[in-house]
Design a protein around this ligand. Structure first.
Ligand code: SF4
Length: 535
């Protein structure tokens, strides 16, 4: 057989709209008959700083159009429309550049392809990191990176570094980039399944997808851009493809396979999986049609004994942005600067929510909530305590040491969240909910001690939480995941740190809220919105 080399991911075209940010930092030198693109590493710094900054406050026009399509779809449910409308309003606030679109401003990830005729004379990872560092220092973003000091001791790095930077080699004299700001909730919805040939038939694949879609749930703030990759020369290759596919990077792959093993999109299975997602009725967070905006199904070659299957999402903070350096200058993908054009003239008409005053004694608030069924839309007013992972671990340590539950945990509902930096002159930085499921292990013990009686966050809970709520009379309320900027601007009136200040974004805070939107997800009678769906 003749030798045949195949680019494993042959991207057929790049129709990205780029804007030139500078012609500085690039020059061309001749080396024999080779044209060498020389890039001053300061250009890498500028590129990383600009892209990470743009992507924290702006979205792609195609993503915004998909949110608008939900509002225009007569088959969308009221809850689908409510979420889509909130996310569009959020984009309008974020684009002002003060409040990032999501409070989880993510792990900075850079994937690059460097042409063999590109010369920087530097450690490119260092200069890209410097640009990322600058953005997180200068803008109202959040430091989310936790570094291990020993096996069990960890600290916030205070800079959002380290970033993940992967640079590959390619032909030519250009340097291509994909930057992502990947939130924790979104990253946690990446799954790898080590399957076999037995999966590769219509019936098995259909059944597999139907089951696995339920694993996705809503804790990564749908509607999602869902990617499923089947095959791969290794598990790692599979998951790397999942990430790129969810970011739209593989949209222009071929749509058929070949004897050299090129990656391809399976358009028929994309339609089928999209339909399966609609039929799950999970919807855009609280029931409906729009668990996903779109689906990419990518097929890769595999070892005869392996069939890795990867699944992942790009969440409502769809923060993916391309960049490139050529002899013409440094370019970044143009994101949408006018999201308002996607908002309809009037808000979708929805049934009025139930107003709940959280500043009454806890017993009275619980009695009030007990009158309404799951899925009831609420408007919350009053005081919340904000606490998440480390604060919960610390409170558990107190209980384990025989100390009482702090009064603030007994008197107020708890909002699982951690804000981005507060812009000057505003009461709060972007401040949306985090994934509730990580706090599930504490609920029974905390409720037994009189705390966590009303919890507010995003995503589904475990059976243990349902049981605890039934046993102790508690509630879990779902907040829309994603629209952190508009929550900060319209619904959070004040923020004050009340405990564990040293934990930074994970400190315990007391906040005052106004007309804060939520839904009853788990009630005091053993009912749960998500459990009903999976049945
Ligand atoms: S939109 Fe949701 S999943 Fe995405 S980064 Fe924000 S909180 Fe995380």
């Amino acid at each position: 057989m003749d030798f045949l080399y195949q680019d494993p991911y042959p991207i057929l075209k790049d129709d990205t709209l780029y804007k030139k940010i500078t012609t500085d930092y690039v020059s061309v030198q001749q080396l024999g008959d080779r044209e060498i693109l020389t890039v001053d590493p300061k250009g890498l710094e500028l590129l990383a700083e600009t892209t990470m900054s743009d992507v924290s406050f702006m979205l792609r026009a195609t993503h915004l159009q998909k949110l608008r399509n939900i509002l225009d779809d007569p088959e969308a449910t009221d809850n689908d429309r409510f979420v889509a409308y909130n996310l569009l309003q959020n984009a309008v606030v974020a684009v002002e550049g003060e409040l990032p679109s999501c409070q989880d401003t993510g792990t900075a990830i850079v994937m690059a392809k460097k042409g063999e005729n590109v010369y920087t004379g530097a450690d490119d990872g260092e200069w890209l990191s410097k640009g990322i560092f600058n953005t997180y220092q200068k803008r109202n973003l959040r430091y989310s990176q936790i570094v291990p000091i020993s096996m069990f001791e960890e600290k916030n790095s205070g800079s959002n570094l380290p970033a993940q930077i992967d640079i590959y080699a390619k032909k030519g004299a250009s340097y291509e980039f994909l930057f992502l700001a990947k939130g924790g909730g979104s990253a946690n919805k990446t799954f790898l399944y080590q399957k076999t040939k037995s999966l590769l038939n219509e019936k098995s694949l259909d059944e597999f997808v139907r089951e696995r879609i339920m694993d996705l749930g809503t804790s990564a703030c749908p509607p999602y851009h869902l990617a499923i990759v089947i095959g791969g020369t290794s598990a790692e290759a599979n998951l790397a493809a999942v990430k790129k596919a969810s970011a739209g990077y593989f949209d222009h792959l071929p749509t058929t396979g070949n004897m050299a093993g090129q990656a391809f999109r399976d358009l028929e299975w994309e339609k089928r999986v999209q339909l399966i997602c609609q039929e799950s009725h999970i919807g855009a967070q609280f029931g409906g049609k729009y668990l996903t905006h779109d689906v990419r199904v990518i097929r890769l070659p595999r070892h005869a004994a392996s069939c890795p299957v990867g699944m992942g999402v790009s969440c409502s903070a769809d923060r993916n942005i391309k960049g490139k350096i050529t002899k013409e200058g440094i370019f970044v993908e143009q994101l949408e600067t006018n999201p308002r054009q996607f908002l309809p003239a009037t808000a979708p008409h929805l049934e009025a929510p139930v107003e709940i005053n959280l500043d009454r004694p806890m017993k009275e608030v619980l009695a009030e909530l007990s009158k309404y069924p799951i899925k009831t839309r609420l408007k919350l007013n009053g005081t919340l305590i904000v606490a998440r992972d480390i604060a919960h671990a610390k409170i558990k340590e107190l209980l384990d040491a025989g100390k009482p539950m702090p009064e603030y945990f007994k008197n107020h509902p708890v909002y699982y969240a951690g804000p981005a930096k507060t812009p000057e002159g505003m009461p709060s930085g972007s401040f949306g909910p985090t994934t509730a499921g990580r706090m599930d292990v504490y609920v029974d013990e905390f409720q037994a001690a009189g705390g966590s009686m009303i919890m507010l966050a995003k995503g589904n809970r475990s059976k243990e939480v349902m049981n605890a709520c039934q046993k102790y009379g508690g509630f879990y309320l779902g907040s829309i995941g994603g629209p952190a900027a508009i929550l900060a601007k319209e619904n959070i009136l004040s923020v004050e740190v009340v405990d564990f200040e040293e934990l930074g974004m994970e400190a315990v805070r007391k906040i005052t809220i106004k007309d804060f939107p939520a839904f009853i997800i788990t009630d005091d009678k053993g009912n749960d919105f998500f459990a009903n769906l999976s049945h």
